[in-house]
Write a protein that binds this ligand. Sequence first.
Ligand SMILES: [Zn+2]
Length: 257
Amino acid sequence: MPSPTINLADVKGIWRPVYARRQALHATADAIILAAWRADLHGIGLAPAVAAWRQATGETVDPATQRRRQAAAAAVLGTLSARSWRRTRAALALAAKRAHRAGWAAGHAIVTQDNADDTDFEEPADSPYRIGSPDMTDHTADATAASVLTAALRAGANRAGRAMADSEEDPEGEAEGILGDGLDLELASDVAVSAAYGAGMLSAYLGAGAQAVVWMTAGDARVCNLCQDNETDSPYSLLGAPSLPAHARCRCCLAPA
Ligand SMILES: [Zn+2]
């Protein structure tokens, strides 16, 4: 069996459209989710959080930096948690569903198409959910969106709280700037999109009756030890394979063994 490494610098055959589509999927998901986040964030106003934090720590005392930051983060999280994040939640659920379908389409092409053939493949038509089908259930998509949002709000509040606590001049503006950059949401949604993509791929392999999969790394100097170990320990049973992604921005893939 040839080495499972993909070599992203020189992608061949079926892996060319698979990776082109995967990149486009992440770019679209990032754009949609960040736009929703900024719309949901609009007019947030962290002044009450600054006030709550100042009250919690006391203006006259000089508490340890860590405690100041924690109190600020808790105050920001309080403000963030009071919002519904309806658009962001919907964008995340949509991105997860699309990623699952894209993963399924890629997996389906990999098991049905000549692997030396680098012509593009189609996305599947809508189908009811069953094991091996292209679609993620609404329930799973909503649950994915909720957990991504929770993680992103907590991480965002921590960073914003830190900026707030460390800023002499403009704690409100600094903290709002941190939230506006959407970095925490971007990282969390990257993981969710990759996980849904990987689940879609496995679903296609399951549907096609594949027995085992191999973990494929990107084959360059940026591959981390965790991913390299996953590749070295291949093959895996379909349900026993480590799940994608191994970390945020993981470029690895699963292929039928
Ligand atoms: Zn990886």
